[in-house]
Design a protein around this ligand. Structure first.
Ligand code: GLN
Length: 309
């Protein structure tokens, strides 16, 4: 990035904000419906510790589907890739994130990839631990390490709001259980998954996590390898092929940055070897991606020629 300027970033945020009017906040998880659709914030974290940002960067949001990349990294470290990819595939679906359709029509019960809900539920199922609380604690500690912030926790309100209304995710779990892809109690898995999705942070934290992936799993400050290189590479590849749901192809062509979005309006970006990006903009487009967040990434990618392709 040639110019590390808060001012330039701010100008881009103001410009990208215009499209928030065309988006809509997710409300199928009732607590998410309370977000302000006009919010937009961004942080960019560099390996030398510098961070530039614009918008209300202290505003917290829940990770939602962004957490799927992190749980995948943990599970690949817990179980190894052979075990993981026997249970979840590597191919994009072209369907919405919560679709159940291909679970029945493709290899029975095996979700096509870990970034759709069906695949993410299998990944969460594979998190090692003695209880839901222990598995959640392991995931949260991993996130503390990645973000270098031990204060990160879950938002109880969003967690219980999703737990109460996760009918479709429960249906996916029962389908997966029928096909012996998972073997745990569905309510326990939904409890852990909704807690995972409700982990709350600001875009500075998210940019720091994106940076660790951008740096092949290395902590930018201590130099410690938090995630094995190979695991970080697999995660970034999924971010490119499936990170923006069924808009991933268009996103790769227009923007060309490994990125993962969530229905809360968060987007984590990892520009390989260069920096991490955290964005929060809760107004979503029709595919469930932050409408202004995508616009902002488009501006950034064009201005600084960030596409990796
Ligand atoms: N918790 C959300 C769900 O399962 C995550 C989906 C998303 O962010 N796209 O519906």
């Amino acid at each position: 990035m040639p110019c590390r300027s808060n001012k330039e970033l701010n100008t881009m945020v103001i410009s990208a904000k215009e499209c928030t009017a065309k988006g809509k906040v997710a409300d199928y998880i009732p607590a998410l419906g309370k977000a302000n659709p006009h919010d937009l914030s961004i942080a960019i974290h560099f390996p030398d510790g510098e961070c530039i940002s614009a918008g209300d960067v202290q505003k917290k949001f829940t990770l939602q589907s962004v957490s799927k990349v992190i749980s995948l990294a943990l599970v690949l470290m817990d179980r190894g890739r052979g075990y993981v990819f026997e249970r979840v595939g590597m191919e994009p679906t072209g369907d919405p994130f919560n679709s159940i359709a291909k679970l029945e029509t493709m290899a029975p019960g095996k979700p096509l990839n870990p970034m759709i809900n069906a695949g993410a539920l299998v990944v969460t199922h594979m998190i090692k631990g003695t209880s839901v609380a222990d598995r959640f604690h392991r995931l949260l500690s991993f996130i503390h390490e990645l973000a270098n912030d031990k204060t990160i926790n879950l938002c109880e309100e969003v967690a219980s709001s999703e737990f109460e209304t996760a009918y479709l995710n429960r249906a996916l779990c029962f389908f997966l259980k029928q096909h012996q892809i998972i073997d745990e109690n569905v309510e326990e898995l939904i409890d852990l998954y909704t807690k995972q999705c409700s982990i709350e942070m600001n875009c500075l934290n998210l940019a720091r996590i994106g940076l660790v992936f951008a740096m092949d799993g290395r902590d930018p400050q201590s130099g410690r390898q938090i995630i094995p290189i190979d695991v970080a590479r697999i995660c970034k590849t999924f971010m490119v092929t499936c990170g923006m749901y069924n808009a991933s192809g268009e996103f790769a062509i227009k923007i060309g940055i490994p990125a993962k979005s969530g229905v809360s309006g968060g987007i984590m970006g990892s520009v390989p070897g260069k920096f991490g990006i955290g964005i929060f903009g809760p107004a979503l487009d029709e595919k469930g991606n932050s409408i202004a967040g995508i616009r902002l990434l488009e501006l950034l990618s064009k201005t600084y020629k960030l596409s990796m392709f």
